[in-house]
Design a protein around this ligand. Structure first.
Ligand SMILES: [Zn+2]
Length: 141
């Protein structure tokens, strides 16, 4: 994620989080970047290269026995937001993810401040009732 963020300092970027849910614990094992060819990275929006993301996800999930799955998303904003920093487009993606996963999912948000070049990371657990809880998260990869 850090590499991808460093590569795109002035536009949004992001990808998927792959891992497993074990009881109440969501563990991230791998991440998928947003791809290149059909990805759209703009100052205040980001869209994946869906074909690439799907292909990478299938490939990486199959490395694990039992297989891991999509347990969240990560992306970067170019400003520091408040308590509820997600855009409508972000929330649509969250909703789709929750519907597919039928369990809590993670949304990791990097917020970079171009004036200070500081970048903060916040992890939100999105619950199935669409509550967002900001938590600390452990990332293995
Ligand atoms: Zn966003």
């Amino acid at each position: 994620m850090q590499k991808d963020i460093a590569q795109y300092p002035f536009v949004e970027t992001g990808g998927l989080l792959l891992g497993r849910q074990d009881g109440d614990t969501l563990t991230v094992y791998q991440m998928v970047d947003g791809g290149q060819t059909y990805a759209k990275r703009e100052k205040a929006s980001f869209c994946y290269d869906y074909g690439y993301v799907q292909q990478q996800t299938d490939k990486i999930c199959a490395w694990y026995k039992p297989e891991i799955g999509v347990i969240g998303v990560w992306h970067k904003h170019n400003c520091i937001g408040g308590d509820r920093p997600f855009s409508d487009a972000d929330e649509i993606i969250h909703m789709q993810l929750l519907q597919k996963a039928e369990q809590s999912v993670l949304s990791i948000l990097f917020e970079s401040d171009k004036n200070t070049s500081a970048c903060q990371m916040r992890t939100f657990v999105l619950q199935t009732d669409f509550n967002h809880i900001c938590v600390e998260a452990e990332i293995i990869e």
